[in-house]
Design a protein around this ligand. Sequence first.
Ligand code: SF4
Ligand code: SF4
Length: 629
Amino acid sequence: MPDRNPNQARPDELEEAAARSSFKDHQEKVRVALSGLAAAHTQKMQETPNRSWLMHYYDDLLYHSWDPWGQIAQLAQTQGRKVVGTFCVFAPDELIYAAGALPVRLDAGADEAIAEGEQELGTVNICPMIKSSMGLKRLNLPFAGEARLDLVVIPSVCDGKKKLVDFFAHYVPTWMVQVPHTALDPRVRDYWRTEMRLLRENLEDFTGHRIKPNELSEAIRIHNRKRQAIRRLYELRKAPLPPISGRDAMLVVATAYHDDLYRWVEQTERLCVELEEHVRRGVSVTEPGALRLMLAGCPIVPPNWKVPDILEELGGVIVTDDLCTGSRGYWYLVGEDGRSVEEMVTALADRYIMCECPCFVPNTPRLKRIVESVEAWRVKGVVYYQLTFCHTLNLEAMEVERALDRIKTPMCKIDTDYSEQGAEALRTRLESFLETLGSGARRGVPGLILPGTQPSQSAPFWMNLSLPPELSGERPMVAAPSTRSGPLPSSKRQGERPAAAPALPIAAIPATAPSTIASPTAPMASYQLLVSGRKAIPLLANVEYTLGRNAALAQGEIDLTEYGANENQGVSRKHARLVVSAQGCFLEDLQSRNGTFVNGRRLAAGERCQLSGGEQISLAQFAFRIDKA
Ligand code: SF4
Ligand code: SF4
């Protein structure tokens, strides 16, 4: 037998290489499909009349959710942090943060990953969320950084989640948080507090970082700020003419783990400020009389938004929800008056057990909150989203229906999965439900209420009646019972960040241009213009770009109609000027009719604003971003 050529690969090596390349192909196919779904969703949502241009930020985060080099992966690398994946609403993000790691939620909504999940779990009758999450892990597809997961924390809630601990352990270290079956029995309180202490110790061992009081205090503070921003967004949807669609509100919440937390919070607070102005001016994404709906049931995870899509395409408007992917994880604050780490861990335990997960028995707090929400948001009908094989939610649906019956609010239970099969039947069913609600379903795009055409003479009545307490400052949002009383130590006063805190990321997006100009001798930074869902436009140095509609296609002219800008959005033919030079990147308004905005601030005529990268720019209502390349 002749000797084997040493340069020739062995059959097993060839087989391994073929398997690797077919895995890569499959992975890329799924990634492209998911990003494509996100882009299609964004495109559809951008047609919503009066949609805030600030939504562009969240569109972008969604589109890049499956990028191999997403925001979270970048933050983890640059800050040297580990990434900890979580499921459900029981793993305190504050502990993960304070231990020096980044938390990401792994609940997945990708039908495209289910077959891959079944390779691991088998074709068992388990909910699509479990299969999809397993599939994305196997494909190593980075849902906000999943590709480099260092640890996964899974609460022992339903059977599927419990068993997932074993399956994930084949790929990554896992830790199960043992959730009690009830939140109401006082005997479980000590048990649950001990469980949280164990989680803290485990995280500290894992990251090698012992949590200090100022670090945990700061982590609690920023997470409470995140909750307040989400709650504020929900309160705005109580307005008779909601300023944001249900799908966009879901997008905001869904992306809460996809970026630097500080930047996300700042953006969401800015969004709330803009939407409050919309409410004052009567600017809405719906027409008067649109059916006000509530979603309840299983988690609804992007890109699987088919039920919310159908409901709002039929002319309904989702004004609130009872979902783990919506309000459930954000309704209650953590008490901020703990001084030692132990006291703060106790406050976290007491807050996290308040989540009304349907796994709890009895679950009267959940029923009570659903009924109260129906009344507070003046909901006409509830759509109960039931994923196949989720027995817990399925059994509780009857209780929810009875509770709603008592307040004469109809409920429609939709049994579904992540596939597109049966979408037409689903649409017909939901359409007839909306028709039974009284005023009938309205088809097509909701009527346009032009910004500024109907300024209200006085504050709308709902604002006087139910202005959210945390906005009016009358009383605080519900916080978990405090662990001690007395004044806060000076290092924990609201708004202060402890000096000794770890390098928690702060993404400072300046509201105004920085006052200092880069030294001409500094190396010239490269910039790019990013329109959501489109290829980045690199900006050449020392070229004066004119931005507008139908600009001549010469160097230095960027025709934004190519990127979706149109006259209805108020973009002028020659709207703004952009230049990158050794001194930096500068934007100037060209006396446009509808204005140029940087992070929500309108540039004065002739003002030249220096950009540092990362700003949200808007030419009238057409939004984009300038980033460092
Ligand atoms: S309902 Fe409970 S178990 Fe199910 S996803 Fe939500 S928190 Fe987890
Ligand atoms: S949807 Fe139901 S079965 Fe699936 S993870 Fe949540 S509680 Fe468990």
